[in-house]
Design a protein around this ligand. Structure first.
Ligand code: ATP
Length: 361
């Protein structure tokens, strides 16, 4: 079993900076878990603590049930792939792949067998005699992955392994990593700041901000039910529209924002009236749930820019000073500059407390 268990893991750097403020979660054996968050949220620090490259200030880390807080990195049975992987330029692909095993004194025949197997699973068979300079960026990245794979670790740690690749290669390597994970069934913890990478790769995602875990769940659960305003705004592209205002009722629910008033009709439940009246909230509406409406519109916004992206179109609008985005199917569109009446898809609205940012409905 290669379950990775974090129990109130904390990192305080010598200068007093709290990079990870008590992280608790369990990565199941064979799971691909993604750590995602903006720059500086502590995701690399967390991964380095799991790897043993950074000391643990407080809390307990278990791998396969064993407490490893004080265990040296090389004895944790993990392998790590970094963003800035360095291949040995004077060695061939085969030598690069086998180097770690050779260093550990593994017999030559075993090294050759394992290198051949890894090269096959990564589609590198025909490149085994090449040197890194002769490889494409994607092939180099595959060698870096292969070097970790060949050691057959129980846990794989990947720190932004694709961020040096161009957009197209990133996409194909993402699929490659997902395929490898399925094939190997190894526990993987994958760090990225890219929410699309997180959504497409992760079986579960841990969203971090300011050293604190904001939410842990499956990609779709995070998307459909973000626990707070941070997660709501971080996951999804284009981002969720967030409208801050005060709830009241006059002919149904209304939200008074600085930009104007929204008519929400019966989009919010009647029974919530007592709890929500005059409350400051943040209303979240995903771009696909904000649609031009002939009748029953909630607000009017000025269309500024139309962005066609193929099978759909992003409408960039302005409601007072507030920028909004609607995601619509290609069809005849209003002219930029005109006022567009917009409706909200009521079952899909998100409501957060104005002060704490926590989801309330
Ligand atoms: P990025 O995506 O930019 O790599 P990250 O989410 O991986 O960011 P970390 O590198 O884990 O973030 O850093 C978390 C916080 O800890 C940051 O505020 C960073 O400035 C701080 N930090 C990192 N290393 C040290 C250190 N050695 N001493 C003090 N503070 C540090």
């Amino acid at each position: 079993m290669a379950e990775v268990q974090l129990d109130r893991l904390r990192k305080v750097y010598p200068d007093g900076h709290v990079a990870v403020a008590g992280a608790s979660f369990t990565v199941a054996d064979g799971e691909l878990l993604v750590l995602v968050g903006p720059s500086g949220c502590g995701k690399t620090t967390l991964l380095r603590m799991i790897a043993g490259l950074e000391s643990i200030s407080d809390g307990t880390l278990r791998i396969g049930g064993r407490v490893v807080n004080e265990v040296a990195p090389k004895d944790r049975d993990i392998a790590m792939v970094f963003q800035n992987y360095a291949l040995y330029p004077h060695m061939t692909v085969a030598e690069n792949l086998g180097f770690g095993l050779k260093l550990r004194g593994r017999p030559r025949a075993e090294v050759a067998r394992k290198v051949a197997a890894v090269a096959e699973s990564l589609g590198l068979q025909s490149r085994l005699a090449a040197r890194p300079a002769a490889l494409s960026g994607g092939q180099r990245q595959r060698v870096a992955l292969g070097r970790a794979l060949v050691r057959e670790p129980r846990v794989f740690l990947l720190d932004e392994p694709l961020s040096n690749l161009d957009a197209r290669l990133r996409l194909s390597m993402r699929v490659e990593i997902a395929r490898l994970h399925r094939q190997l069934g190894t526990t993987m913890i994958y760090v990225t700041h890219d929410q699309i990478e997180a959504m497409t790769l992760g079986q579960r995602i841990v969203v971090l901000d300011g050293g604190m875990i904001q939410q842990i769940d499956t990609p779709m659960a995070l998307y459909d039910k973000p626990a707070n305003v941070f997660v709501a705004g971080f996951l999804g592209s284009p981002a969720m529209n967030l409208l801050r205002g005060t709830l009241h009722r006059r002919d149904g629910w209304r939200l008074a924002c600085a930009a104007g008033e929204l008519a929400l009709g019966d989009a919010l439940p009647d029974q919530a009236w007592a709890a929500w009246r005059d409350r400051e909230v943040v209303l979240g509406v995903r771009p696909e749930h904000l649609q031009p409406a002939a009748e029953g519109a909630s607000l009017q916004a000025r269309l500024e820019v139309v962005e066609p992206v193929g099978n759909e179109i992003f409408l960039n609008l302005r409601f007072g000073e507030l920028p909004l985005v609607a995601r619509v199917a290609p069809r005849s569109l209003p002219e930029p500059g005109s006022l567009v009446a917009l409706g909200l898809a009521s079952p899909h609205l998100h409501l957060f407390d104005g002060a704490s940012g926590t989801r309330i409905g």
